[in-house]
Design a protein. Structure first.
Length: 223
């Protein structure tokens, strides 16, 4: 069952007098529960594609359906609400709030999603990522790998249908990168959430079930 369908999607950015074609003619179907990476050189359109699927941006041409809903037919407010409820984000640079503890960082995600803050649920999310003994620490007191695990707990606490991770291992050494990927793979198997990565890291490419290669904004192959 497809959770996301892209049909002839294009994204163009104005740049001075010219246009940058970040994506062109991308058609793709993603099934619920997939563990998939978009790979390709820098500038090939990976982030642009993840931002479109994550409802952070809208395509210039073509259409995107998420969970059977046509994104172009949703208002800004509907898109925001849909994103808060259904999509979790993990970023390259973790993007934790420095003055908050690990468990408070996770709580923020629940509040943004409109859910009641639920301490037990946030603590369980941290236990699930192996940080049960680090809940009161601030990001600066944790290693990069631990910070990224807090970010994963934050993405997963609201039980999103889709987790989007843009180069999640780019700021991790290979040991932490492997741990973080193995953790996400386990969460994918346990919770059934769909995971979409962008990467050129072999650690990620080795662990995903499907890779879609991009070049110059187009899909050049899928394996
Ligand atoms: N906001 C923007 N304004 C102008 N050009 C952009 C913008 N975002 C991305 N681009 C351009 O779109 C292309 C694809 O970028 P991006 O999706 O970030 O690729 P990747 O994530 O694979 O490195 C690049 O040529 C990039 O310079
Ligand atoms: Mg990118």
């Amino acid at each position: 069952m497809a959770i996301c369908t892209l049909t002839d999607v294009g994204k163009t950015y104005p740049l001075g007098d010219t246009m940058v074609h970040a994506l062109q003619g991308v058609s793709l179907s993603i099934d619920e529960g997939e563990f998939l990476a978009f790979s390709g050189p820098s500038g090939s359109g990976k982030t642009t594609l993840l931002n479109l699927v994550g409802c952070l941006d809208t395509p210039t041409t073509g259409s995107i359906q998420l969970d059977g809903r046509e994104l172009a037919k949703m208002s800004r407010a509907e898109l925001g609400a849909f994103r808060a409820k259904n999509i979790g984000f993990v970023f390259q640079s973790f993007n934790l709030i420095p003055v908050l503890s690990a468990v408070e960082n996770v709580e923020v995600a629940l509040r943004l999603g409109g859910a009641e803050p639920d301490q037990a649920r946030c603590e369980q999310a941290l236990v699930d990522v192996g940080l049960g003994d680090q809940m009161m620490k601030r990001p600066s007191q944790m290693s990069g790998g631990q910070q990224q695990r807090v970010a994963i707990a934050r993405a997963l606490v609201k039980s999103p249908r889709i987790v989007i991770a843009d180069e999640p291992t780019a700021n991790l050494d290979s040991k932490n990168g492997e741990q973080v990927l193995d953790l996400m793979r386990r969460l994918n198997e346990d919770h059934g959430a769909t995971f979409l990565f962008s990467t050129h890291d072999p650690i990620v490419m080795d662990r995903v079930r499907r890779t879609v290669h991009l070049r110059d904004g187009r899909v050049i192959s899928q394996a």
